[in-house]
Design a protein around this ligand. Structure first.
Ligand code: BG6
Length: 489
C-alpha cells in the first residue's frame, strides 16, 4: 500500500463565503474531502464575507448548504469533525483597512494560507490590495481563482496583472473544474500509458475527433451573467479548449506542472485562427426556443426570468477547429456545446480512418471506421467500436459492429469518483499546480476566442433558433455534413 503523504495544514480562507460558489460547490467538496479523510487534522476553513454574522450562524449556513446540495446522506460524525474547522470573519471586501482583522487569526508559521477568491472578478483587485496592505501574506501563501478570468484578452490581462502584483505566478492557482474531473484526468492515462493509443494518435490513423459537452439545463437564473457571456466564453474558451489540449498535446516529459503547461500552450498556439474570412463555414451559433426536456415544457432563452427579448447571445456553439502542426495536419476537430440540449452528455469520439480496401463486402459496402468513445459524464467510461465476425458456419464471413466497453462503475467498484472541485481544492491545499491553468494558457485561449467574437460582431451574426430538447440548430448538422461527416448521436 502506498503511504499517505503528510501535507502542511492550511488556513483556507474563502472570500465570498456566503455566495453561490461557496455554498453550492466549496462547502460540499470540502465536506466530501473530510469524509474521505483527506483534510489535514489542523486545517481550518475561514469564511469571509460582509454580513454581520457569528461563527455559529455561519456553521448553520454551511449545514443548510449540505442539506440542500449534498447528494448522499450527511453523516453526523463527519459533520462534527468538519464543523469544528469552520469559523467566520466579517470583512467588507471593498474596505482595505478591514483586512487587518485576518492578522488576528492567521498564523503562517503553523499553517499555509490559501486564499480562495469565490467572488465576482471586480472584487479581485480589492482583495489583493487588502491582503497586501494587511501585511499578512508570505511566500508560502496561495491564491485560488476561477473563471470568468476576464471576458476577453484585455480584461483577462487586467485581472492577472492585478493578481500578480501581489502574488507571484507560482502562488496563483487558476481553476477550470473540468481538469478535476476523473475522466478528463484519465485522458492522460489513456494516451500516455497505453501503447496502442500512443502509436496511433495522429493524422496517419485518425480521421477526425468530435468533442461534445451537452447540457440539459438552461441558464438557471443567471441571466445577467450568462447574457453578457454566451456559451462560447462560458464553456468553450475554458472547458472545451482544455479537453482539446489534453487530447491534442504532445507527450509531456513528466507530470510536472511546467511540462504539462508547456505542451498545452503549444496546442493553443497551433489553433488555426477563425476570422471574418472563414467564420461562416467554421462556426454556428444557436439560441434555444421553448421546447421539452424529458417531457416537461421549458421556456425559450428569451422567455427566461429577467430576459431581454432582443438578446442575440448564443446558448449553443459548434465549431470546426484545425490544429496546424505535424501530428494533426488534415484532422479536423468538431466541437459543440449548448444549453437545453437533449440530455446532459459530455464525450469525446475519436474516429479512426477507414481501411483502404474492403474484403467483407457481404456485410458492409464500406467498412465502418473504428471509434474510440470516451464518456466524460455521465456513465464515465471508455468504449471502442470495432467489427467482429458473427459466429456461425455460413459460407460467407458476416461482420457486425460490436463494442469493447469499459465502464468505470464496473471496473472500479471499490473506488469513489470524486468531483472536480474536490480534486482541485485538495490539490490547491497540497500545493500541486499541475492541474491549474497558467496565465499564458488563459491568454492564448482568449486570443483565439477574441478573433471568433470579433468576426461574429463584424457580420452582426445572429444565433440560429433551436427548440429546447434537441441537438441544436440544423446548421450545426450542416457544418459537419459539408465535410462528409456526421455528429455522433
Ligand atoms: C460552468 C458554466 O463553468 O460549467 C455553467 O459556467 C455550466 O454554465 C457548468 O453549466 C457545467 O459544469 P458541469 O460540471 O455540470 O459539466
Amino acid at each position: 500500500m502506498t503511504e499517505k503523504k503528510i501535507y502542511k495544514p492550511c488556513d483556507l480562507v474563502i472570500f465570498g463565503a456566503l455566495g453561490d460558489l461557496s455554498k453550492r460547490k466549496l462547502i460540499i467538496s470540502l465536506y466530501g474531502l473530510e469524509k474521505a479523510n483527506f483534510i489535514e487534522p489542523d486545517t481550518r476553513i475561514i469564511g469571509v464575507d460582509r454580513l454581520d454574522i457569528d461563527n455559529s450562524e455561519f456553521i448553520e449556513i454551511a449545514l443548510k448548504s449540505l442539506q440542500s446540495f449534498l447528494t448522499d446522506d450527511l453523516e453526523d460524525t463527519v459533520w462534527q469533525r468538519f464543523s469544528a474547522r469552520l469559523s467566520y470573519l466579517k470583512i467588507d471586501l471593498t474596505q482595505l483597512d478591514q483586512y487587518q482583522r485576518l492578522n488576528a487569526i492567521i498564523d503562517q508559521n503553523a499553517r499555509i494560507m490559501v486564499n480562495y477568491f469565490a467572488v465576482a472578478p471586480f472584487l479581485f483587485k480589492n482583495i489583493c490590495q487588502g491582503l497586501a496592505k494587511s501585511g499578512i501574506l508570505t511566500e508560502s501563501s496561495r491564491m485560488v481563482m476561477e473563471k470568468p478570468i476576464g471576458h476577453d484578452l484585455k480584461s483577462s490581462r487586467e485581472i492577472n496583472d492585478e493578481v500578480v502584483s501581489v502574488f507571484n505566478e507560482k502562488q496563483v492557482y487558476r481553476i477550470d473544474h473540468y481538469l478535476g474531473k476523473e475522466t478528463v484526468l484519465n485522458l492522460l492515462a489513456l494516451r500516455f500509458a497505453n501503447s496502442i493509443f500512443t502509436t496511433n494518435w495522429n493524422h496517419n490513423t485518425i480521421d477526425h475527433i468530435q468533442i461534445t459537452v451537452a447540457e440539459e439545463v438552461g441558464i438557471e437564473g443567471r441571466w445577467d451573467y450568462f447574457d453578457k457571456t454566451g456559451q462560447l466564453r462560458d464553456m468553450l474558451q475554458n472547458h472545451l479548449l482544455q479537453i482539446l489540449t489534453f487530447i491534442a498535446m504532445e507527450p509531456p516529459a513528466n507530470l510536472e506542472a511546467e511540462s504539462i503547461h508547456n505542451e498545452k500552450i503549444k496546442v493553443l498556439k497551433a489553433l488555426r485562427p477563425i476570422t471574418a474570412s472563414n467564420i461562416e463555414e467554421k462556426t454556428v451559433r444557436g439560441q434555444y426556443t421553448a421546447g421539452y426536456i424529458k417531457g416537461n415544457a421549458v421556456p425559450g432563452y428569451l422567455e427566461e426570468d429577467g430576459a431581454n427579448t432582443e438578446s442575440t447571445t448564443e446558448s449553443f456553439v459548434a465549431l470546426r477547429v484545425d490544429i496546424d502542426n505535424w501530428r494533426w495536419a488534415g484532422v479536423p476537430f468538431y466541437l459543440r456545446t449548448g444549453k437545453r440540449l437533449t440530455g446532459k452528455r459530455s464525450e469525446i469520439v475519436v474516429y479512426f480512418k477507414q481501411l483502404p480496401h474492403n474484403i467483407f463486402k457481404d456485410s458492409f459496402r464500406d467498412l465502418p471506421p473504428n471509434k474510440l468513445i470516451i464518456h466524460l459524464q455521465p456513465n464515465e467510461g471508455v468504449e471502442i467500436e470495432m467489427l467482429n465476425k458473427i459466429p456461425g458456419i455460413d459460407e460467407h464471413i458476416k461482420l457486425k459492429k460490436t463494442k469493447l466497453d469499459l465502464s468505470f462503475s464496473d471496473a472500479f467498484k471499490q473506488s469513489r469518483i470524486f468531483g472536480g472541485y474536490e480534486k482541485l481544492v485538495l490539490e490547491a491545499m497540497r500545493g500541486n499546480p499541475t492541474l491549474f491553468l497558467s496565465r499564458q494558457e488563459i491568454e492564448q485561449a482568449w486570443t483565439w476566442i477574441d478573433s471568433i467574437q470579433n468576426a461574429w460582431r463584424h457580420y452582426k451574426d445572429t444565433p440560429k433558433p433551436y427548440p429546447a430538447g434537441t441537438w441544436g440548430p440544423v446548421a450545426s448538422i450542416a457544418l459537419i455534413a459539408r465535410d462528409g461527416r456526421a455528429w455522433e448521436e
